[in-house]
Design a protein around this ligand. Structure first.
Ligand SMILES: C[S@@+](CC[C@H](N)C(=O)[O-])C[C@H]1O[C@@H](n2cnc3c(N)ncnc32)[C@H](O)[C@@H]1O
Length: 313
């Protein structure tokens, strides 16, 4: 499934180990909301695209962000990015960040720009948006691999990134797509995490000193393949529980970022996924003893490489 080919986040039954043969309410194995990455785009911010009025856009003041709309409405725009893009970031998340950590005319860079949400929010707020993607969805996004951003050192005033959370969405056929690397693959996720380490290092290179970056990500969970599941069941999980694989992607990426940046804060962003409203998912999560993904992490970091500023006396 390509990002534009569908208007919801399910990848279908045959995607990835552990999917395709699961029993219970989910033909394709675990429900997408368990996995972490399938609630972006139309079905994800589902309530946002219908007739529901958009809530007032105002600065969030706690570390728990809740805004049940994928897009905001401002004097200059009604939609940011593309509502049909599977995996689009809620634009108000980016709006919050740019309001707090940037100034007019700042250069805002998104190395995995997808449907262009970051560029649109930057324009709305009179910042300069610069977006790259392996598979550009529109002409103002430049084709580039986020592991090799074609930008000079220390040019960006702010970097936002919402990377693939393992393999839950097929973004493109490009073999360099990080969404093809399984965070719970046979290599223990090494290829995925090594790729993301290179992306984070590039972000550090292009960001100006004493400026900020933010990474939006979710952990992931999925059912084990039935064979592995039945082998394990002899000594494994208690009856009534499902054998699954938890991928703590958020903490893993946070640890990588700490090698380059100073943490500023960690926000929990409540996920609004139409599918999470479905009773059968919750029933399965309870009966089979797993959790549906209820939040995304938003890690806010600062580059602080230079000498400390002298303290004013
Ligand atoms: C979660 S989506 C980004 C969504 C975007 N923030 C938006 O609002 O539309 C992740 C993006 O990463 C891109 N991507 C995957 N691997 C990449 C790589 N190696 N370099 C650049 N972009 C990559 C995918 O093509 C996809 O557009």
């Amino acid at each position: 499934m390509k990002p534009h080919s569908h208007n919801h986040g399910d990848k279908g039954p045959s995607r990835g180990p552990g999917r395709g043969t699961g029993k219970g309410p989910f033909k394709g194995g675990a429900p997408a909301g368990a996995e972490g990455h399938d609630d972006r785009g139309p079905a994800r911010g589902g309530r946002s695209h219908g007739a529901n009025p958009k809530p007032t856009l105002r600065i969030q003041t706690t570390t728990l962000w809740e805004y049940p709309s994928q897009h905001y409405e401002s004097a200059t725009s009604k939609m940011q990015g593309d509502k049909n893009y599977v995996g689009a970031t809620p634009s108000w998340v980016i709006w919050q960040l740019l309001q707090r950590y940037t100034r007019p005319n700042d250069l805002i860079v998104d190395p995995m720009c997808g449907s262009g949400t970051t560029i649109d929010v930057a324009r709305d707020l009179e910042r300069r948006g610069l977006g790259y993607d392996l598979s550009p969805s529109r002409p103002d996004i430049f084709r580039a691999d986020a592991r090799k951003i074609p930008l000079e050192d220390a040019k960006a005033d702010f970097v936002f990134i919402d990377p693939p959370y393992s393999t839950h969405v097929d973004y493109s056929d490009d073999p360099a797509c990080i969404g093809k690397l399984d965070a719970a693959g046979d290599d223990g996720g090494r290829a995925y995490y090594e790729a993301m380490a290179r992306v984070i290092s590039e972000i550090h290179r292009v960001l100006k000193d004493r400026r900020y970056m933010a990474l939006y990500v979710s952990d992931s969970w999925r059912k084990r393949a039935p064979a592995a599941s039945s082998q394990r069941s002899q000594s494994g999980p208690a009856e009534g529980t499902v054998s699954g694989i938890f991928m703590p992607i958020g903490f893993e990426l946070f640890a990588m970022m700490r090698e380059h940046f100073t943490p500023i804060d960690i926000i929990s962003v409540v996920r609004h996924n139409q599918k999470l409203q479905k009773g059968n998912w919750h029933k399965a999560a309870e009966e089979q003893n797993f959790f549906l993904r209820g939040f995304n992490y938003l890690f806010i970091m600062k580059k602080q490489d230079g000498p400390a500023r002298p303290v004013k006396k």
